[in-house]
Design a protein around this ligand. Structure first.
Ligand code: GDP
Length: 300
């Protein structure tokens, strides 16, 4: 994975230096923590997240668990690993399904974040798991969005509910609501609602997304964020959390050469788990997110 390449290299260089030492002095720990801090900041991880992270690593690294360890340097690496898993959300969080189907999943995020692509990926993934999803085209902003959803729907072998005369043409909230009703009638057990995004956060977009949320009462609202947006990630995530609120995060474009800061900040600043990672343009470039595996990749 290209993302995290530089961060990963820098951390491994820092640990290599550390491994040349036997017992660690406070100065060794401080030097290491300083390097980790620089590497994270250069990877565009949010300052608050970096501060909290390095403070915890430092405190633990100066404590008994390292002092008494047979291999102190290895113990520090282990601590960094555990704390990384922590900022990535700790335990894996699976998609939550409604007790009474259909499970409603709403997608939200900026334009270009990868929502429509994700809708197809998620639909295909759910079909593989034995579900019968329906895709709902509530992105009526972008001229080609409905068509694009129809394309990914047909690739995934999943039907798409799109606005037609009588379906509430032009009104994304009505289309979303009608889509859920259609799913109930046609016995689809999951509904995935694609919504509109703008290039930047704006009030009208938030209101529309909030209205779709209110009208469809989703079980999951997934905030899709492009890992490439770097330092803007935190502000964007917070704006969506305030405006719509979401239950989980999907990191998209993790295959790109972003520095990884968004990935490392978003779960921590929003307190919402990362549920999926998107790693390419194809419908199979998608995986459930495992904080521990991601931490291992970074520290590889
Ligand atoms: P939306 O506006 O949020 O619906 O975004 P789209 O799903 O249309 O995606 C925007 C662009 O990003 C498209 O060209 C997609 O093919 C591309 N894209 C989406 N997800 C990924 C991903 O995980 N990796 C890469 N490399 N490209 C992606």
């Amino acid at each position: 994975m290209a993302t995290f390449g530089t961060l990963s290299d820098r951390l491994s260089e820092t640990f290599k230096q550390l491994r040349t030492k036997g017992k660690l002095s406070a100065a060794d720990v401080d030097g290491t923590v300083r390097e980790i801090r620089r590497a994270l900041l250069d990877a565009d991880v949010a300052l608050d997240v970096v501060k909290a992270f390095t403070a915890t690593v430092r405190e633990r690294a100066l404590g008994d668990e390292v002092n008494k360890a047979l291999n102190p340097a290895q113990q520090v690496v282990q601590i960094v690993n555990e704390e990384l898993v922590g900022i990535l959300g700790g335990q894996q969080r699976r998609l939550q399904f409604a007790k009474n189907p259909p499970t409603v999943i709403m997608l939200a995020g900026l334009q270009g974040a990868g929502k429509t692509t994700l809708a197809g990926k998620l639909a295909k993934h759910l079909v593989k798991e034995g579900h019968t999803p329906l895709l709902v085209a509530s992105d009526l902003q972008r001229p080609n969005a409905v068509n694009q959803l129809q394309v990914v729907g047909s690739q995934a072998g999943v039907p798409v509910f799109a606005p037609e005369p009588g379906n509430g043409v032009g009104d994304p909230v009505k289309v979303a609501k009608a889509g859920v009703e259609q799913a109930r009638r046609a016995l689809h057990d999951v509904v995935i609602i694609d919504t509109a995004g703008r290039l930047g956060v704006d009030a009208e977009l938030m209101k529309q997304a909030a209205n779709i949320r209110k009208a469809t009462d989703p079980d999951e609202v997934l905030f899709v964020i492009d890992a490439m947006i770097g330092q803007d990630a935190v502000a964007t995530a917070k704006a969506f959390q305030e405006g719509v609120d979401f239950t989980g995060v999907v990191l998209s474009k993790l295959d790109g050469d972003s520095k990884g800061g968004a990935a490392l900040s978003v779960a921590s600043v929003t307190g919402r788990p990362i549920i999926f990672a998107s790693t390419g343009e194809g419908l199979d470039d998608f995986e459930p997110f495992h904080p521990d595996r991601m931490a291992s990749r970074i520290l590889d």
